[in-house]
Design a protein around this ligand. Structure first.
Ligand SMILES: [Zn+2]
Length: 89
C-alpha cells in the first residue's frame, strides 16, 4: 500500500494557463480577491451585498459606491429616464 504522498496543496491551485496572462486576466484576479461588502440601502433600508467585482467596477470609473440596492437603483434610473424632460429633438 504505497500511494504516493499527496501534499494536498499541490494540485489545486496551479493550473497554468499558457497565454492567458493578459491585463484583463490579472484584473480579474484582483477583483476576485476583493471581499464583498454588505451595504444598507438608503432607499428601502434593506441590506444588500455588493460583490467585490461591483466595487471594483465603480472604482475603476472613479465613482462612489452606490448607496442603494440594485432594485432601487434600477427603479431610480427608470424614474429618471421617464422624468427626464424630452427636449431632445
Ligand atoms: Zn433598496
Amino acid at each position: 500500500m504505497s500511494r504516493t504522498q499527496h501534499t494536498h496543496r499541490a494540485d489545486r491551485r496551479d493550473v497554468p494557463k499558457p497565454h492567458a496572462e493578459t491585463q484583463a486576466r490579472r484584473a480579474t484576479l484582483e477583483i476576485s480577491a476583493r471581499p464583498s461588502a454588505e451595504v444598507i440601502c438608503r432607499e428601502c433600508s434593506e441590506p444588500f451585498v455588493m460583490s467585490g467585482q461591483e466595487q471594483v467596477w465603480f472604482e475603476l470609473r472613479g465613482l462612489a459606491l452606490p448607496k442603494r440596492c440594485p432594485p432601487c437603483r434600477r427603479m431610480r434610473r427608470e424614474l429618471l429616464r421617464t422624468t427626464e424632460p424630452t427636449t431632445h429633438a
